[in-house]
Design a protein. Structure first.
Length: 470
């Protein structure tokens, strides 16, 4: 613009579902949190329907001046890193301390009233002042693909039991209507399944087991059941920072990307954000203060890069966890509570879209039966039982899948891709070249015949049609 005013115009991707609820909830969430004094971009204008002159939903929002934290993330000194993570935790504490009367997602009451004229099975829960309300849950997996066509309970949830049941019941309804035998979506695992399609019937059976078990696997502390809101995808790319004019200290000036934000019981929200955690490393899991190896001065270039990356990951995990312990005690309590931790793992797996496998859910259900007295309390009968032979076969198969997963991780490290085989733009051509070389090398080791055909049809770094999984 002529006066140098800048803004961000956002429109949903064509595949975004549910379009109305996603846009309406993101706007309400941002304005609600901004009104609480949190560093969230201002929303100037929006429409949650395509019935306008533009022909699409949109959000016009503030252009936050500053730098993305990801642009300096790996180069930060430990003191600056600790300061930023402390600020993250301080903001999380403020956000997670806001009470809500129900679970689901946040909306303007007027927006939700507009939609409920068309859908009478939704009764919003009004907040104080009645400007905002809690309505349907917009977490992506509740609507993914053809699930958006289902008329199922997505909230608002009055209690923990409603939250625990909704996602699993949604998935059962999806499988009963659209389910078909599928090869595992994770193609690196298909060889373990002998390249055989898996029936959704087994997954429905395990979801029904989950529904009997989950209400009994909840923490005793009522404060951990309190409904709270949390950023759905907190990582450095969604944090804007700027140097303070007075002190020169980096300060958080914006938290971005509030799409698909949900309100859930605290124990189901509790986790170190995925991009900040370093689980699997004993130094991080036991919260030992990180330090570089004593022989750092003798490492070659590749070894040094690996050591520095490992040290950085440990620092991030350590300072986030320590700041949470000091500043966000309710979250810290939930992180340490073994029942909360297990319940969240089971909840995540029980509500996830079916991708041609039920094994991961089944192993959690078996684990729950084996730890039942510790998780549910002595004297509480377990509503699920597995035959001893079934347990043995399931654990044996877990070992086969572990080998598949380890092979995948080896390839991931060699090529340098992240979640869902994503790579930075500047690394794309190199990653493609490495993948092609690896594919050819593996192919040449396979004897000619049917196994080569299976390999080519299931190589996990090639493009894949995902329609059957939606």
């Amino acid at each position: 613009m002529h006066d140098e005013f800048q803004l961000i115009a956002r429109i949903p991707y064509p595949v975004t579902v549910p379009r109305f609820y996603t846009v309406a909830s993101e706007v309400a969430t941002m304005r609600f949190l901004r009104a609480k004094g949190l560093p969230v971009p201002e929303v100037y204008a929006y429409t949650a329907t395509s019935d306008d002159v533009v022909g699409t939903e949109y959000i016009f929002m503030e252009f936050v001046k500053g730098l993305k934290l990801t642009d300096m993330w790996m180069g930060l000194k430990e003191a600056d890193l600790a300061s930023i993570l402390r600020q993250v935790v301080e903001l999380e504490c403020r956000i997670m301390s806001i009470p809500f009367p129900a679970g689901g997602s946040l909306y303007y009451a007027d927006d939700l009233e507009q939609m409920t004229r068309r859908r009478t099975n939704i009764t919003p829960m009004l907040l104080d002042g009645e400007r905002f309300c809690v309505g349907p849950d917009v977490r992506l997996h509740m609507w993914y693909g053809r699930r958006s066509q289902l008329d199922v309970d997505r909230g608002p949830y009055e209690d923990t039991a409603g939250v625990l049941a909704a996602a699993a019941r949604k998935e059962i309804a999806y499988l009963q209507r659209f389910g078909q035998a599928l090869l595992p979506f994770q193609r690196a695992r298909r060889e373990a399944y002998k390249h055989e399609k898996q029936s959704p019937t087994d997954h429905i059976e395990n979801l029904e087991r989950y529904l009997r078990m989950a209400p009994l696997l909840v923490p005793e502390d009522p404060s951990l059941h309190a409904f709270c809101i949390r950023h759905p995808d907190l990582h450095p790319s969604n944090v804007m920072v700027s140097a303070s004019p007075e002190s020169g200290r980096l300060e958080i000036v914006g938290m971005l990307d509030w799409q698909h934000t949900s309100i859930l019981p605290l124990f189901l929200q509790a986790a170190i954000p995925g991009r900040l955690q370093n689980y699997g490393d004993p130094v991080s899991e036991y919260l030992f203060p990180p330090s570089l190896p004593a022989n750092v001065g003798t490492l070659d270039e590749d070894e040094l890069i690996a050591a520095l990356g490992r040290h950085h990951a440990r620092l991030v995990h350590f300072h986030y966890a320590k700041s949470t312990e000091k500043l966000n005690t309710r979250h810290h309590d939930a992180l340490l509570d073994p029942v909360s931790l297990f319940a969240r793992r089971l909840f995540d797996r029980g509500g996830a879209p079916w991708e041609g496998e039920t094994h991961d859910l089944k192993t959690l259900l078996i684990e729950a039966t084996e730890k039942w007295d510790k998780l549910a309390g002595a004297g509480v009968p377990c509503p699920v039982a597995f035959e001893a032979d079934d347990v043995r076969k399931t654990k044996e198969f877990s070992e086969r899948l572990q080998l598949s997963d380890e092979n995948f991780e080896t390839v991931q490290a060699a090529i340098g891709f992240e979640t869902e085989t994503w790579v930075p733009t500047e690394h794309y051509e190199l990653a493609k070249a490495r993948a092609a070389i690896l594919k050819q090398a593996v192919f040449e080791k396979i004897p000619e015949g049917e196994e080569r055909d299976k390999f080519l049809a299931n190589w996990f770094l090639d493009d894949m049609d995902e329609e059957d999984y939606m």
